[in-house]
Ligand binder design. Sequence first.
Ligand SMILES: [Fe+2]
Ligand SMILES: [Fe+2]
Length: 146
Amino acid sequence: MIDNLHSLPDPSSIPLVALESMNDTHREEIKMVIRLGTLLAQAMEGNVDEKAISVEIAAWVEHTRHHFKRENELMLEFGFPAYPVHSGEHERILALLDELHQSWLENRSVEPLATFLFESWPEWFEMHVNTMDSITAQFINQRGGA
Ligand SMILES: [Fe+2]
Ligand SMILES: [Fe+2]
């Protein structure tokens, strides 16, 4: 069974990295995911607001695109050695989000979105922030980046 909003991270207790700009972006993202998750949880109870879901998923995908682009730029600017691995992971997740967004627009099916958001994304996010983002932020912070 799909879990509910409790599976999403709390914006006030996210894993922190050494760059405050990255932490801010991560907090913003969690707030967006909670907004979308709230709509999806309502939809699963029979109260489907397709228009609001479309707005929130589009905003989330765009935010993620900027989030990853900014991290990729920072890595290049500071010569982060594991750039191919970290940016490759961004590319993989962004392709997945684009695909989910596209299939939502085509068939307005709540379940695949809810499954991804409540079951896969929280674990992915925590793992990504605690590993690749954390190491990247530390590297950049040590070289004077902000
Ligand atoms: Fe990040
Ligand atoms: Fe990242």
